[in-house]
Design a protein around this ligand. Sequence first.
Ligand code: HPA
Length: 235
Amino acid sequence: MTIHIGAKSGDIAPTVLMPGDPYRAKWAAETFLDGARLVNDVRGMLGYTGTWHGNLVTIQGSGMGMPSLSIYANELITEYNAQTLIRIGSCGGMQDHVGIRDVILAMTASNISTPSRGIFKELNFAPCADYGLLTAAHAAATAKAVTTHVGGIYSADVFYDERPDLNELMVRHGILGVEMEAAELYNLAHRHKRKALAVLTVSDHLITKEALPAQDRESSFGDMVEIALAAAFPA
Ligand code: HPA
C-alpha cells in the first residue's frame, strides 16, 4: 500500500497501462483482460490487474495532468517495481496531416515545465520514449491498419490555454499533438531506468476544430489499448 494506491505488494503487474480516466481503466480491464480484478480504488482512481494472452497486466488510472500522473507513476515504480509504463490517452491534433481518430506514438514530449523542473533546473531535459516499445507499438498499429504518426508531442500544463502563441510555435515546429501527461512519465522512466511510451488517440483538432463524436470514442480507445498491449508483449 502507498499513500495513493491501496493495492497489496504483488497486486501490481510489472507492466502498467495508464489511461487518464479511471473509468477507462475499468472499461479496458473488463474488455481486454482475463480475470481482471480491482486492485485500487483510493480516491476513485481505479486500477485493475488481470492477464492478456497469459501476461500479467495492470491498468491504473493516472488522472489528468502531470502532477497527478507523477504521483501514480512514482508510486508504481518505487513501491510496486513497475518496469514498463504505457500511457493510453487522448490528445489534440496539431498538424493538417494528423486526423481525428489517428494514433500518435510520442517519440518525445516537449513541455514548458513538468513536476521534474525543480530537479533539472537550468537543464532543458529531452524526455523521450523507449525505442523498443515505440517500434513494437508502430508494428502493432501498422498490423491493425490504424493510421499512425510517430514524432514529437507537446505536454501542456493547462487545458484552457491563454497563450495561443505557444500552440502556434509547436505547430510550426512540427509537433503532432498536445496532451498533458507524457513528458513527466518519460522523465520518471529515465530517472528510474524503466520503459515508457505514450500511445495517443487524436480526439480533437486544434487546427480543423473537429472533435471525435462520443459514439466513436470507445472503439478508438480500444484500438489504442490493443496497440499498447501488443507493444508491451510483442509476439
Ligand atoms: N489540450 C490538452 N490536452 C488535450 C487536448 C488538448 O487540446 N485534447 C486532448 N487532450
